[in-house]
Design a protein around this ligand. Sequence first.
Ligand code: ZN
Ligand code: FE
Ligand code: FE
Ligand code: FE
Length: 168
Amino acid sequence: MGLFTKDIKSMEDLYLHVLQDIYYAENQIKKALPDMIEKATNRDLSAAFKAHLGETESQIARLDQAFQLLGKEPKGTTCPAIDGIIKEANEVAGECDNKKVLDAALIAAAQAVEHYEITRYGTMIAWSEELGHDAIAKLLTTNLNEEKAADKKLTTIGEKKVNLRAAG
Ligand code: ZN
Ligand code: FE
Ligand code: FE
Ligand code: FE
């Protein structure tokens, strides 16, 4: 959808637009995670990224199902927010000279990603219920719960392992 053509005329249009936004975001995250797995030095952290890559692939499959339920082709629309979060992550990681500090930077970046996803899924679930897309609400709730669990896991890894060593 273009910036200058006002192509969002109804809640259904807006709903589809945000579904395409999160679809784009999940695909960008899928592309970014292998690099984060490689950069992470803490074992738990790289394992967490690896597990979340697998989850991200399942999440994309659930979004494919959501498009199918709407009778639409799965399609992404550029999300400048996720592009910005990933760009910032790469810039900061590139400036980290210390491996433990790099791990802390990777956790911070990954949690920014999770929080973006959590806000998007939260909105989409509320709109799904409002618009009567109950089956989609269920699919998106599974994705939301995985994002929340991933965020929590990153907090635990950060507190217990990485951040303390980076400070010490
Ligand atoms: Zn648009
Ligand atoms: Fe995700
Ligand atoms: Fe977006
Ligand atoms: Fe995620």
